[in-house]
Write a new protein. Sequence first.
Length: 284
Amino acid sequence: MMNATIERRPELSDFLRTRRAKIVPSDVGLADGARRRTPGLRREEVALLANIGTTWYTRLEQGLPINVSADVLDGISRALRLTSDERRHLHLLAGLTNTAPAQAEEHVSDLVRRVLTALEPSPAYVRGRRFDLLAWNASADALSDFSSATGPARNLVWRIFRDTNSQCRLGDPGCSMRRVVAQFRAVAAKYPHDPAFTELIEDLRENSPEFRSLWAQHDVLGSAEGLKRYLHPELGELILDYTQFDVPGDGDIRLIVLTAAPGSETERKLQLLCPAERLRLAIR
């Protein structure tokens, strides 16, 4: 058994509280009741469902220094119906999973850069552990205008919340904001002692009401697949599938690849993204 580190206790407390508020009592076999002043489960109901003492759970949610085991956290996870990503996050906040130290500068190998080129015309880019842009191919640049980004605009989270040009290229900004914050929190929790994460989070909390609101919800999401909608200034809407791949080496570096459904209008538009391809088609 291990103690949650002192600096993680407020985050652990907020995470448990926000997860508890999301549960509909009837979904776990409990009466909704007419006297509930706040949404979700009561603390004693979580304790009952997790088969632990109410006082013990209350102390945990209040961020008090108590010992916790993996079995107990698994019971709480089941009671709160946590996803696999949320369960991993809970273990991390409780100190049962090792956090990572601040790391050195990240690099993208020549091999990975060749892979980016080979993936054309599908947009693809490499994202660092702090969601910094490390490398991209021409299609990704044409889609999202990465090459014009300097300073903080090289960070994907900052771009979505602080960069007007990036926001204009998103077909569904609200969905993109929710997703990136949940994914970023899952990674940031691994690096509690890295000042680069702290500085970025504090800057966004101070300067973006949307980020501040979403960050307070404590949602977490690991590597995922799904759909993204983009609005290109010339080609209009593109609907792309996205997926992520681990890049070999230390840290949480990911290769993100965007592809179009075969035979779709977006697949045709991808052929027109890169200037070289447009010129070739014009000559034909």
